[in-house]
Design a protein around this ligand. Structure first.
Ligand code: URA
Length: 214
């Protein structure tokens, strides 16, 4: 981890990203895009890198892929306030080319700290670059999409990137299925939470049982 990079909250991390010059993208960007959402979000979404619209507005997923993402989230009963959205790179690679290893490495402390500060219950990995960054050495996105993977106590679900589905319409169905898998996982977690809460409720005392039954 780069020396001196430690953050007490998302706000100080965001300020650091806006001043970051750890790689050449810090000089070519229009605006840095640290990420948006609450520190209390239970779901974290990790994309690849800002595109042209994001670079201009300083927010992740505000272009066509973002609109599709919003639609897919809505389909499973979620909206932006329910999630924290960010990317593996906080600055736009020129011409939307793939992230370079040096850029991924330089930017990695920011994503690591966001994950530590938010401690999400589940992290959605959008596309192959997010998958390779957070689950290095794992299988390809085409094999792992829609699967729940637990590593070091953190739960991940890799899914196809919405931009990939916009370019290749045959991926739209699988992407919708991936979101159904996300919903099924969230429902399971909710169910478990309820069961734990019920189990933790104190049993009624005998005199209360008497009042209850007559
Ligand atoms: N694609 C990404 O991966 N991230 C964005 O913020 C926008 C498009």
């Amino acid at each position: 981890m780069a020396p001196g990079l430690d953050f007490v909250d998302l706000q100080s991390l965001s300020v650091a990203v806006h001043h970051c010059r750890l790689c050449p993208l810090g000089h070519s960007r229009t605006k840095a895009v640290p990420g948006v959402g609450a520190a209390t979000a239970r779901i974290m979404i990790v994309g690849e890198a800002p595109g042209q619209n994001e670079d201009q507005q300083g927010e992740p997923f505000v272009g066509a892929a973002g609109k599709l993402l919003d639609q897919l989230l809505k389909g499973i009963g979620l909206s932006r306030p329910d999630v924290f959205i960010t990317n593996i790179l906080k600055c736009r690679p020129p011409g939307n080319r793939d992230p370079l290893p040096l850029e991924v490495q330089a930017c990695s402390p920011y994503l690591d700290h966001q994950q530590k500060l938010i401690q999400p219950e589940v992290i959605l990995l959008l596309g192959r670059h997010a998958l390779a960054r957070l689950l290095p050495g794992y299988d390809s996105i085409s094999r792992l999409h829609g699967k729940v993977i637990v590593k070091d106590g953190v739960t991940y679900i890799p899914i196809y990137h919405p931009a990939a589905a916009l370019y290749n319409s045959f991926l739209m169905g699988p992407l919708e299925q991936d979101f159904k898998a996300v919903k099924a996982h969230l429902d399971r977690m909710e169910e478990r939470r309820r069961a734990t809460a019920v189990a933790a409720m104190p049993a009624a005392k005998p005199e209360e049982q008497l009042t209850l039954f007559g």
